[in-house]
Design a protein around this ligand. Sequence first.
Ligand code: BGC
Length: 746
Amino acid sequence: MKFKKFVPVVFIVFFSINIFSSSIAQQKSIDAKVDSVLKLMTLDEKIGQMNQYNGDWEATGPITNDGDKQNQIRKGMVGSMLNVTGVEHTRLLQQMAMQSRMKIPLLFGQDIIHGYRTIFPIPLAEAASWDLFAIEKSARVAAVEASAVGVHWTFAPMVDIARDPRWGRVMEGAGEDPFLGSAIAKARVQGFQRNGLGNTDAVMACAKHFAAYGAAVGGRDYNAVDMSLRQLHEIYLPPFKAALDAGAATFMNSFNDLNGVPATGNKYLQRDLLKGQWKFKGFVVSDWGSVREMINHGYSKNNYEAAMHATNAGSDMDMESRSYIQNLKQLVKDKKVTVAVIDDAVKRILKKKFEMGLFDDPYKFSNIAREQQQFNNAAHLQASQTMAEKSIVLLKNNNQLLPLSKQIKNIALIGPFVKAVRDNLGFWSYSWPDDTARVVTLYQGIQNKVSSTTKLLYAKGCDIDDQNKNGFEEALTAAKDADVIIMSMGEASNWSGEAKSRSNIHLPGVQEELIKAMQATGKPVVVLINAGRPLIFNWTADNVPAILYTWWLGTKAGDAIANVLFGDYNPSAKLPMSFPRTEGQIPIYYNHYNTGRPAANDSDVNYVSAYIDLPNSPKFCFGYGLSYTSFNYSAITLNKTKLKTNEKLEATIIITNTGNYDGEEVVQLYIRDMVASVVRPVKELKGFQKIFLKKGESKTVKFIITVDDLKFYNNELKYAAESGAFKIFIGTSSAEVKEVGFIFDK
Ligand code: BGC
């Protein structure tokens, strides 16, 4: 067995007796192997396994430099590195780990958030596809590419629910809904870990940030979270549970405090819930420096106490804060942390290293031939383009302006993003030296698509975010000769992401003024909006005939957008977040409570729960998105009107494609519990199906509803369904639905 090559002498002797020389021993489980290794480790070596450093090549947070990392690796004082990629680098550091006494391989972790070499749409955009198969595929491609360059572990998926578009990290998640978020969490974990850990093309997933990070006060990153346990369990935790059930190997805790206790030092979250009630067998890594940050929170006096709080609460690995390596030994001596707690953490970490096959071959993922082979993979590029097409949301299409004809004579291409390269990739993406040649800009995408006689008239018009209108003139000149004006507007890709909260999420600078100027020409205008979050663009939404929300779509952005603009792909995406009319409406989400004084409609302000200066409804609601074709929904038919526990209720609806194009529709099922022991949301997504209908075709869509779909957390946190009246809604968005009632009678 290769195993022997990488273990120390004592270890070899031990294993020769206990594992290799008998067939019974060969069947020993990984747990037994882990125990055997653990027995041979000193306390220092154990603490080393719980220590993670950033590599010297790049950083995704504030680096603490000690200049001695490599030496520490050789001494077995480091269990994992982040931000080290490439066969050359990972091999180099792994060789150092192999010089340590125990020769325990390093784990290499990296933020592979939406692709590595081939960049896919940002996760929020992918969520808009509601296409679980495509999302899983996206994660699969990322895993294949990352694992080929020595990465073992991605810090993804981010499964934080977010109801606040000011928070920059909404771009990393799946939006506001726990049901959709859970389905996507599962798809992503499966994609990363497909066929199980130990396969050379699987990377460990990491469900983050545990927990409730997305509910930060005011949408300000890293801020406090104060919420009822009921809301935590009902809205924020389900995607984590889904990730765990899908086999997520690791969890990452979060920067925020939850009800006064920082997540990193939160025993309820990590030890009682995750490792206790949920029986999570993987390990928990802290977020970058979050152990030490408990001092700033005012929760730990010093780094010594921070390490104590974090370890005892169940944070197994310390990312970058050096709190564990500097304090755990003393904490054990002082009997503030038990060896049993340390052993539990180390066992969890070693177990994953065994499952990954790293004890068999620490260089298993560092293969130069594989690295080169995955570097330019045409199938991956195609998958990225397909995902991008599925992510584009058609927000408006008056008089069927879209799709455009490829034979159009003159197209004006206006806006700061028409020729953008880097901005197409979005936050959390890697820069490659050949990005300019490889990333398809909007301009190139359109050029690739239109007839050879079509003329493209380009003018930038304005910058992303300044008040300068000098470019308007040139844009007007281009527009004068155009048959259609396509405008590429939005926010820069580094305006959403970590530490990118914004209080003003309107279309920035003079962009909307440029749109007004173009619209005033009387020419047909199509606006594309590139962003990592819902933006506000009311004038555009009310006045411009056609709008596509194009997010940040990745390496093949331009080709994907062109396919949609010119009808080679009929848009099918639906918004995974509510789009506010103005920041004053935030937080805004569809699954709110009815209140004691619900507004009858958007203009009702008569002592009801409403703003006197603004409708309650969002500009675009959750689940909204158009197609080039139209769909008719029949009335809903139920197979019975009374449901009992252990029975199934079938809700059927006939959808007909009544327009002129073949197309896909996301049919959405919502449920409302009319009266319960705690108030329930006006609607909750409980199912969806993405169907394809040829022009003129009808399909019957059936949803099966069981007692599980009716359960909720009551005030004692008991998860159960209560007898009474319910409503079912089926429709094309959270606002446009058919409805029918039924009774649940236990
Ligand atoms: C982020 C994590 C990320 C980590 C490592 C932190 O700042 O919050 O999501 O995985 O850095 O890059």
